[in-house]
Design a protein around this ligand. Structure first.
Ligand SMILES: [Cu+2]
Length: 131
C-alpha cells in the first residue's frame, strides 16, 4: 500500500515534468492592439500576415459605442471565438470602456475595408491589409 502510494506520487511528479514544457511550447498568438476613440481607430490601418494566429485586442476609450466593422475580412479568416462578433459576424461592438479580444487567423492576402458602422459618415474609417 505504501509502495503503491509512493509510485503514484512519482507518477504524478513525472506527469507534471512532462506536461509543463508541453503547455509552454504552444505558440502564443501575435497580439495586435487597436483603440477606438471618438471618432477614429488607433491605429487606423492594420497589417496581418496570412496563416498567422492573432489576438486582436480592442478597447473603446471613447464616450460613445463604437463598432469594429469588417465583414469581408472576418469572412476570409478563421475565428476561434465567433461569439464576440455581432450582426451576422460583421463586427465587434464595444460600449464605452469595453475591452474585447478576437482570436483569428487571416487566410487571404488583400486589402479589406474597416469602419465603424455608426460613425463612418464622421470619418471613422480605416483599412486592413493581409500580406
Ligand atoms: Cu463609432
Amino acid at each position: 500500500m505504501r509502495q503503491t502510494r509512493a509510485l503514484w506520487r512519482i507518477g504524478c511528479l513525472l506527469g507534471l515534468l512532462v506536461a509543463a514544457p508541453l503547455a509552454q511550447s504552444a505558440p502564443k498568438p501575435v497580439k495586435l492592439d487597436v483603440v477606438l476613440v471618438d471618432y477614429s481607430f488607433e491605429p487606423d490601418h492594420l497589417i496581418f500576415r496570412h496563416g498567422v494566429h492573432y489576438r486582436l485586442h480592442l478597447e473603446n476609450h471613447g464616450n460613445e459605442t463604437h463598432e469594429f466593422t469588417a465583414p469581408v475580412f472576418f469572412a476570409t479568416a478563421t475565428i476561434d471565438n465567433p461569439g464576440v462578433l455581432d450582426n451576422n459576424r460583421s463586427e465587434v461592438t464595444l460600449q464605452p470602456g469595453d475591452k474585447k479580444d478576437l482570436f483569428l487567423t487571416p487566410h487571404k492576402p488583400g486589402k479589406y475595408d474597416l469602419r465603424c458602422a455608426d460613425h463612418d459618415w464622421y470619418g471613422m474609417i480605416g483599412g486592413i491589409t493581409v500580406k
